[in-house]
Design a protein around this ligand. Structure first.
Ligand code: 13P
Ligand code: SF4
Length: 367
């Protein structure tokens, strides 16, 4: 057996779980949760499937889940229903005795993978040569622990989509310039909202290893990493134009991971929590098209009977990695735990964790 065979055999869902009925799996998860009691904590991100979210002890956006992880000192096991960077964050913010588990190890994030530490170190060196010691690095929490640690050791911080404005304002009290990883769209949209003109924002291309500056006569205040979310990039200006032509009364609300033109055309933009709160409080009878992940849009459409909710992209936009976490994987992981087999534990190496914690705490202290 090769190492790859061994790895996939130990992380692949056993066949038996694919033959169980939904009700059977639900009953078993319910029983196991009761059995574990407070020693088990299941946080679930808003993008998770209903079959999973029904068992979450707490649901939230990235900021809320980071805060909850930091506050939870009781649970021995945190079974994180979200993606890899969220489980890493939970491991960094919880005690050394607490074990964080990701039900399916394939639940990564393509955006987080767009900035690796070697590329970032190279970019930093080039940018220091060009701008000197004038840059503060900030990273969206949708990044690896190594990138968070990089920001931590250079005096920077993490941000989420709900506190990006506040954190960018803080960054400019520390240094003249800011580098924002890995999501260029959240960085651009937030800086623009803060009044920074687009021509003062440059883009670092990690593949070409070069800084793309629109207008060399303008001062560069913001360096955006050339990364994006493949789910949110699927909402386009054309979707909004078509919708407004056909049904001008429909309001558009999108996540700030969408491109700048989409956010500018939308009626409102904000984190998943902002989207949920806005729609819950929307006047009865109003119609909404939402630019964010499909599971959340479908859930809002089902739960909010006072308004009409649909996806801004008629083909819907699933996050394939978020969707890897399903009921069979949740049950398998809990069954294994119950048999004393700690599967899919996510651990961040202590030195990286310490530096990443600096970056996370600078955010949590201001959140
Ligand atoms: P928020 O939960 O911060 O809105 O982020 C959305 C997202 O893309 C998480 O991966
Ligand atoms: Fe990553 Fe985008 Fe999926 Fe969020 S929605 S986990 S940013 S790929």
């Amino acid at each position: 057996m090769t190492v790859l065979d061994f790895l996939s055999a130990s992380t692949a869902l056993p066949e038996a779980y694919t033959r169980l009925s939904m009700t059977d799996m639900e009953d078993r998860v319910r029983r196991l949760k009761q059995q574990f009691g407070p020693s088990l904590f299941i946080p679930g991100h808003h993008y998770q499937k209903n079959e999973v979210i029904q068992f979450a002890d707490a649901t939230g956006d990235s900021l809320q889940l980071a805060q909850l992880s930091a506050q939870n000192t009781q649970a021995d096991y945190i079974v994180f229903c979200g993606v890899h960077f969220m489980a890493e964050t939970a491991d960094i913010l919880t005690g050394p005795e607490q074990k964080v588990i990701l039900p399916d190890l394939r639940a990564g994030c393509s955006m987080a993978d767009m900035a690796d530490i070697t590329q970032t170190e190279k970019a930093w060196e080039a940018l220091q040569t060009r701008f000197g010691n004038t840059i503060l690095p900030l990273t969206y929490v949708n990044s690896t622990a190594a990138i968070k640690a990089f920001c931590g050791r250079h005096g920077g911080a993490t941000v989420t989509s709900s506190n990006a404005k506040k954190m960018i304002e803080w960054a400019f009290t520390q240094k003249e310039r800011m580098m924002f990883l890995p999501d260029q769209h959240l960085g651009r949209n937030t800086c623009y909202d803060l009044g920074i003109p687009l021509d003062q924002m440059a883009v670092w291309d990690p593949i070409e290893e070069k800084l793309i500056v629109e207008d060399e006569t303008k001062e560069v205040r913001v360096i955006l990493w050339k990364g994006h979310c493949s789910v949110h990039e699927k909402f386009t200006a054309a979707h909004i134009h078509q919708l407004r032509e056909e049904e001008p009364e429909v309001k558009v609300i999108v996540h700030p991971e969408c491109t700048h033109d989409v956010v500018q055309l939308a009626d409102d933009a904000g984190s998943t929590n902002h989207i949920i709160q806005t729609l819950k409080n929307a006047p009865a009878g109003t119609k909404w098209a939402v630019g964010t992940e499909m599971n959340l849009v479908n859930r809002l459409a089902q739960e909010l009977s006072h308004i009409s909710v649909r996806s801004l992209n008629p083909n819907l936009c699933p996050c394939l990695t978020m969707n890897r976490i399903d009921l069979p994987h949740l049950l398998w992981i809990l069954d294994s735990l119950n048999e004393g087999d700690l599967r899919h534990q996510i651990t961040v190496e202590p030195h990286t964790a310490e530096e990443a914690r600096w970056a996370l705490n600078r955010m949590l202290d201001r959140a």
